[in-house]
Design a protein around this ligand. Structure first.
Ligand code: GDP
Ligand code: MN
Length: 380
């Protein structure tokens, strides 16, 4: 799941033809005279109520408001960016959303006349929920159905039709999971613009959008892990744990914690194995920088040869990337297991094929290490 800030979401929608207000990311300012809206960029709705949206009358006031918002807290989130837009003269606010319904197995369009308020508070019969068969696509009569439900004044129909079509196109073009416009604003001149945008993209399709720049929230370790094609999480402990698959990763984390150990760097290999031993070595280098007491590799691969892991370990050693006084525990199961074991014959590590044993050894070594932190007491 990749969530976008409002201004990122608006550029994404605009790529598929959606009309958006003129705006700029502070310290840039839109080249417009007149009234402006200064909007805190945080990954949460309800900014209006929380004081994250300010209406100002000049560029100077916009600067002052942006300055005030930057770094301030909006609920839980710190405001890391501020977007400044021309102020719209809104005649009517609609709600429009395109998302993927997992139960139906197809996209749906959601629409309501009650825009500008939290959709959760709108009565179900005031929201149209229209599944779109992806093999048939968005037909004009469906667009018409949505527009008729919104019941706009006649001159606004064309703009609404366009907005519905652009939104659906964006959902497909961008491999989005959810695109929500609240409000979709009808202006005095009958144009229809996306006044707000909430966008969630499908992370597993990110490779199809290599050029897309999106903010990824995370520590420098987590960002580096992602750049290596893995999912990394930085925690507090002294065990670096490298696993494959979400299930194995969570099971390993649970087991280590249950045995009184603490994980510091957690890495799920994700697609990294496809990039060969060099990539594995880089991942070991990355977790090594955290100076863990133990590096635990707990992997089970049926489709990828385990010698990739073994060669990665040897490469990391030859490059001098293994941290000093760090013990290495390797639990292998699967494809080319024997070859991988043979490769590691002269490599200083503890090899096992047993999940529980690997976790127990990692915890034992870590808790015996000089700089080990006190494990947190687990209450069950
Ligand atoms: P949210 O509170 O985080 O959903 O932020 P929105 O961007 O949706 O803004 C909240 C409300 O502010 C909207 O429903 C509008 O009523 C109002 N608003 C936002 N931008 C404008 C604008 O340019 N002009 C006017 N008149 N109202 C705006
Ligand atoms: Mn909104």
């Amino acid at each position: 799941m990749i969530r976008l800030l409002e201004h990122e979401g608006k550029s994404l929608l605009a790529r598929s033809g959606m009309r958006i207000p003129r705006g700029a990311l502070y310290p840039e300012l839109p080249q417009t005279g007149g009234q402006l809206v200064v909007k805190a960029q945080v990954l949460a709705g309800g900014r209006g109520k929380a004081g994250g949206i300010k209406f100002v009358a000049s560029l100077a006031d916009a600067r002052a408001a942006a300055h005030e918002l930057l770094g301030a807290k909006l609920g839980e989130a710190a405001v890391m960016a501020v977007y400044v837009e021309e102020r719209l003269s809104i005649v009517k606010e609609y709600y429009l959303c395109a998302t993927v319904d997992r139960d139906l197995g197809m996209p749906v369009i959601l629409a309501s006349r009650d825009g500008g308020v939290e959709i959760e508070t709108v009565a179900a019969d005031r929201i149209l929920r229209r599944p779109i068969d992806p093999l048939i696509g968005l037909r004009p009569f469906v667009v018409e159905e949505v527009v008729r439900f919104l019941d706009p004044p006649a001159p606004a129909r064309a703009g609404l039709r366009e907005a519905v079509a652009c939104l659906y196109a964006a959902l497909l073009n961008e491999d989005a999971e959810l695109l929500e416009i609240n409000p979709l604003a009808l202006l005095a001149d009958n144009t229809v613009v996306a006044a707000d945008a909430k966008c969630v993209l499908d992370e597993d399709a990110a490779y199809r959008h290599a050029a897309r720049v999106h903010a990824f929230d995370g520590t420098s370790f987590e960002i580096a892990a992602r750049e290596l094609g893995t999912i990394g999480i930085e925690l507090e402990g002294n065990i670096a744990a490298i696993m494959n698959g979400a299930g194995m990763t969570m099971a390993t984390l649970d087991q280590i914690i249950a045995l009184g150990g603490q994980v510091g760097a957690l890495v799920e290999l994700h697609g990294a194995m496809a990039h060969g031993p060099e990539r594995i070595a880089q991942i070991i280098q990355l977790v090594g920088k955290q100076q863990p007491a133990v590096i635990l590799l707990n992997v089970y691969f049926q489709f990828r040869p385990l010698d990739t892991i073994a060669k990665g370990l040897l490469l990391a050693r030859d490059c001098g990337w293994l941290p000093e006084r760090c013990r290495i525990v390797v639990r292998f199961r699967g494809e080319m297991e024997q070859e991988a074991r043979t490769l590691l014959a002269g490599f200083e590590c503890t090899l096992t094929g047993v999940f529980e044993e690997a976790c127990a050894l990692a915890v034992k070594y870590a808790n015996a290490a000089p700089r080990s932190k006190q494990p947190v007491a687990i209450s069950s």
